[in-house]
Design a protein around this ligand. Structure first.
Ligand code: THU
Length: 130
């Protein structure tokens, strides 16, 4: 299944009763597996999790650790960029050149890279003296 279709399908399962803003994410990891996630909100608002975080958690649970490509979809007038926290999460498991497609449910797509989303990312190389 394409990442676009997987993200569209999982978006339907999002639990977003507080924002009413459903997001779906699908990624392909280096072993070829497709892992999906949706946003899961909570009545204690800060406890909610983003679609991207869910897809990353599914990838890790499946035993993979490297993202090859990711697709994120939301019902928005323009493609929704990942939040700051998700940019850092993506940078943990994806090289800078990895393709991130941001899509709307109406068919608009914007393609970016992880490095464009998070230039100058904090990384393990900054902790050499730790
Ligand atoms: N959200 C995501 O799941 N991913 C994004 O890239 C942007 C925002 C979710 C978090 C929250 O449940 C809702 O969208 C509104 O912020």
């Amino acid at each position: 299944m394409s990442l676009a279709k997987a993200a569209r399908l999982v978006r339907e399962r999002a639990y977003a009763p507080y924002s009413n803003f459903k997001v779906g994410a699908a990624l392909r990891s280096t072993s070829g597996g497709v892992h999906v996630g949706c946003n899961v909100e909570n009545v204690a608002y800060p406890e909610g999790t983003c679609a991207e975080a869910g897809a990353i958690a599914a990838m890790i649970a499946a035993g993979d650790q490297t993202i090859e490509e990711i697709y994120v979809i939301a019902d928005s007038p323009t493609p929704v960029p990942p939040c700051g926290g998700c940019r850092q999460k993506l940078a943990e498991f994806a090289d800078g050149q990895v393709k991130v497609t941001l899509a709307t449910t109406t068919g608009v797509e914007k393609v970016m890279t992880v490095a464009e989303l998070l230039p100058g990312a904090f990384g393990a190389d900054h902790m050499e003296n730790a």
